[in-house]
Design a protein around this ligand. Structure first.
Ligand code: HEC
Length: 258
């Protein structure tokens, strides 16, 4: 049979090409700064520390309301009581401390966010999926002092960002250093520390590791369970395959070959 490229097969080829090319283009559109590679951790200790930073430093503006506190408590190895007492800082509409079974909603209204920062702080539940962990890790390390910005901060990964540098107390302030790439473009070479924060550069990196690992968990809380189930299913199918082959041999052994 002669194979002619039909419209359908052309469409399939084009969609596959788009799948390969689009993520690259999205990454390239991320402000031009090179991203650091980041591998998230999934240990309870890392996620507990990450949750603490998230609740203390991010939830005042951002929410994560596709996820529940109780679900998080179970996943990161904490009791409901420990989470209620140490990690819930928001109040519900009656003014009482948010309950453990609630979604992780914050108290800032969208209008206020827009008014104060020029942009509504987005819901961060799925941010690790939409931006990717490399982007998040680099973003959290790329705030720099820029007095021309309303919040005094800019970001090399997200230029003109509306978010203030909320971790400046920990990281201190830095300024970007650029160098020429020989073709007339200025490229980011690194950062120079302007004022010190409470933490050393290494300690700050480990805070961001915890935080981004936590964001990664929020975006895909059941990944571990899914992977281990996947392995069990594959094992089952393999064993089943062997049985099926043996059974087939058994059935066909008395049939004479033609
Ligand atoms: C004072 C309020 C405030 C706090 C606190 C805050 N943010 Fe933001 N954040 C914002 C605003 C406003 C934006 C939207 C910026 C824009 O679009 O220009 C934003 C945007 C972001 C984005 C980019 C989202 C996107 O893809 O467009 C990420 C990621 C983020 N914040 C993470 C965090 C994390 C992690 C913390 C805690 C360490 C945090 N933020 C704390 C106000 C805040």
């Amino acid at each position: 049979m002669k194979m002619l490229p039909t419209r359908k097969s052309l469409r399939i080829v084009l969609s596959v090409a788009a799948l390969v090319v689009l993520p690259e283009m999205a990454a390239a559109a991320g402000g031009g700064a090179a991203l650091e590679h980041f591998t998230p951790e999934r240990t309870d200790r890392t996620l507990q520390r990450g949750a603490k930073i998230f609740m203390n430093y991010c939830m005042s503006c951002h929410s994560a309301d596709y996820h529940r506190y109780s679900h998080m408590a179970r996943d990161i190895g904490l009791s409901d009581k420990a989470v209620s007492e140490n990690l819930i800082f928001t109040t519900d509409k009656n003014g009482e401390r948010t309950k453990i079974g609630s979604l992780m909603v914050n108290n800032m209204s969208k209008d206020y966010g827009k008014e104060a920062f020029g942009a509504v702080p987005p819901n961060l539940t799925l941010i690790a999926r939409s931006r990717g962990v490399d982007w998040l890790y680099t973003y959290m390390k790329s705030f720099y002092l820029d007095e021309s910005r309303p919040m005094g901060a800019n970001n090399t990964v997200y230029p003109q960002v509306g978010m203030p540098h909320v971790l400046a107390g920990l990281q201190g302030w830095q300024k970007p250093v650029y160098e020429s790439d020989g073709e007339g473009h200025e490229v980011l070479k690194g950062f120079q520390q302007v004022t010190a924060g409470k933490l050393s550069a290494q300690e700050y990196d480990s805070v961001i590791t915890d935080l981004v690992s936590f964001l990664d968990y929020l975006g895909d809380p059941n990944r571990e369970a899914r992977h281990s189930l996947g392995i069990k299913v594959m094992l089952f199918l393999l064993i089943f395959l062997v049985l099926a082959i043996l059974l087939k041999k058994e059935y066909w052994k008395d049939v004479p070959h033609s």
